[in-house]
Ligand binder design. Structure first.
Ligand code: FES
Length: 115
């Protein structure tokens, strides 16, 4: 069973904002609240490996700020734009006000990009 890492509290994740967090010592992830749901996905665009911080949120899609690749935050799949590969997706749990993310990605074929 995967371990969970606390990444903040509910107020740290305003709707439509992409917040970067570090888990597993050096793995950057993005935590996003949209349409009343919290998502945790990889922190790097798979096109040119830029941080997804500052990207745009549209329902469950995350649009990379640089060339507008779109990723489905539910599945990690690449939906549009120049990126070819999807991004990892992490399970999110909320306990009271605290937000936790699984230390392991749910999508085993989409490995986090290391920097
Ligand atoms: S770097 Fe993200 S779409 Fe190009």
């Amino acid at each position: 069973m995967s371990e969970y890492v606390k990444v903040g509290t509910l107020e740290d994740f305003p709707p439509g904002e992409v917040r970067s967090r570090i888990i597993n010592n050096d793995e950057q992830i993005s935590v996003v609240s949209s349409d009343g749901k919290l998502y945790a996905v990889g922190g790097w665009c798979t096109h040119l490996k830029v941080s997804l911080r500052g990207s745009y949120v549209e329902h469950q899609w995350l649009w990379c700020w640089l060339h507008y690749s779109a990723f489905d935050m539910e599945t990690g799949a690449r939906m549009d734009g120049p990126a070819v590969d999807g991004i990892p997706v992490y399970d999110v749990r909320v306990d009271g006000e605290d937000v936790y993310v699984s230390a392991e990605a749910k999508t085993s074929d989409l490995k986090p990009i290391s920097h």
